[in-house]
Design a protein around this ligand. Structure first.
Ligand code: PXP
Length: 255
């Protein structure tokens, strides 16, 4: 049996899409910093933000402000980044609590699929090493696949974040057979990663309908959730959306 994560599952709130709305008008409202403060007040354990190469949502100034806020409030900032020299330099200048390496293509709408760390070993491994040497905890956003997990461990990453997108899409489509298959892969992947001593996170596409099954995987220590929470905030407010998600996570964990 692989080790369990602590019973209290952490919730990282991804605030990228607050910046998406702000940027639609080019002004300052709504401010991701204010959303981060509200998220923390509502029970987020940490803040996640993805500085994309094309700066389509989060900006460099947002990262400055979020890093400062998270340090002041003693909450982790999880800096999602592509594996590029530019992003590595930014991460090393800020030294956030954690960096999560993600695949990035300009034409994609969102992060589609996990980072292929097996194929990209020679590019990813030096970035993992440089971040670790700077004291940044390194997470790799990968598919729940045994080869990817083994390579992540060999590279010295401390965390793997398992891509939940396919499972969540199947839940949204009402395809129980596909959902069960993808969930099985996530469970096996979480067990394998924990057996190898990696901390296990999960994220992408999670909503109120898909969170419970992922949260119930005992090895998972943290969920990172963004788009659904920011969208749901339009209807019920950000604090209520976060607190409902928190309740569903705690219930699934039997806490
Ligand atoms: N985790 C990672 C590594 C991501 O890239 C994203 C999307 O930016 C998320 C979690 C959050 O996904 P969503 O916005 O679909 O909840």
């Amino acid at each position: 049996m692989s080790p369990r994560a602590p019973d209290r599952l952490r919730l990282g709130v991804n605030i990228d899409h607050v910046a998406t709305i702000r940027n639609a008008r080019g002004g300052a409202h709504p401010e991701p910093l204010r959303a981060a403060e509200a998220a923390i007040a509502a029970g987020a354990d940490g803040i996640t933000a993805h500085l994309r190469e094309d700066r389509r949502h989060i900006s460099d100034r947002d990262i400055d402000a979020l890093n400062e806020l998270c340090r002041r409030l003693d909450r982790p900032l999880n800096f999602e980044m592509a594996v590029t020299d530019e992003m590595l330099a930014i991460a090393l200048s800020h030294k956030p609590h954690a960096a999560c390496l993600v695949p990035e293509r300009r034409e994609e709408r969102t992060t589609e699929g996990g980072l292929d760390v097996a194929r990209g070993h020679n590019t990813v491994a030096p970035v993992v090493k440089a971040l670790r040497e700077a004291g940044v905890r390194v997470s790799l956003f990968i598919e729940a696949n045994p080869i990817q997990i083994a390579v992540a461990e060999a590279m010295g990453a401390q965390v793997v974040e398992l891509h939940t997108g396919a499972y969540c899409d199947a839940v949204k489509a009402g395809d129980g057979v596909a959902a069960a298959r993808w969930l099985g892969q996530l469970k096996d992947g979480a067990e394998e990663a924990a057996r190898r001593g990696l901390e296990v996170h999960a994220g992408h596409g999670i909503d109120f309908d898909s969170v419970a099954a992922v949260a119930a995987i005992p090895q998972v220590a943290e969920l990172n959730i963004g788009h659904f929470l920011i969208g749901e905030a339009i209807f019920i407010g950000l604090p209520s959306a976060i607190s409902r998600m928190r309740t569903l996570m705690d219930e699934a964990r039997g806490a």
